[in-house]
Write a protein that binds this ligand. Sequence first.
Ligand SMILES: O=c1ccn([C@H]2C[C@H](O)[C@@H](COP(=O)(O)OP(=O)(O)OP(=O)(O)O)O2)c(=O)[nH]1
Ligand SMILES: [Mg+2]
Length: 157
Amino acid sequence: MPDLEIQVLRLDRDLPLPAYAHPGDAGADLLTTVDLTLAPGERILVPTGVALALPDGFVALVHPRSGLAARHGLSIVNTPGTVDAGYRGEIKVLLVNHDPREPIELRRGDRIAQLVVQRVERAAFVEVDRLPDSARGGGGYGSTGGFAAATRPDEPA
Ligand SMILES: O=c1ccn([C@H]2C[C@H](O)[C@@H](COP(=O)(O)OP(=O)(O)OP(=O)(O)O)O2)c(=O)[nH]1
Ligand SMILES: [Mg+2]
């Protein structure tokens, strides 16, 4: 049983609606409506063929898909993209090929990104002269130390 109903306009009637691949998935897959080839380092704004009417108090975030990122270096420049509740235009995905050598070929109907719908708060930004104390204070940018070892996708973990 879905938690929330969202009205969707299919601008491309031959492609399916965004869908969750499994029960419990956070992201619903978005498709490309066009064939395209991304050269190494290239970025392209890709149409998905869908427009939404998100209810007020929600946002849809456009996230990369992990498999394509690991296998081909495919990502999204502005990840996660922010789809505002008031936006009624076509959702587009700003894909980028991070692979230094290989082009990435995508076909119409391929899954290129995933849409995560979340509740958001609208904040009132209240100016003050001094912020309340906290345990962290101004420490950031690795102030707690300890970087984890990195693993390349093509290396055994
Ligand atoms: O990955 C994305 C990101 C944004 N959008 C759409 C929906 C969003 O509501 C609108 C504006 O996005 P954003 O606020 O991130 O861009 P901006 O550069 O601030 O543009 P604007 O001045 O129109 O707000 O563009 C997408 O279709 N895909
Ligand atoms: Mg904006």
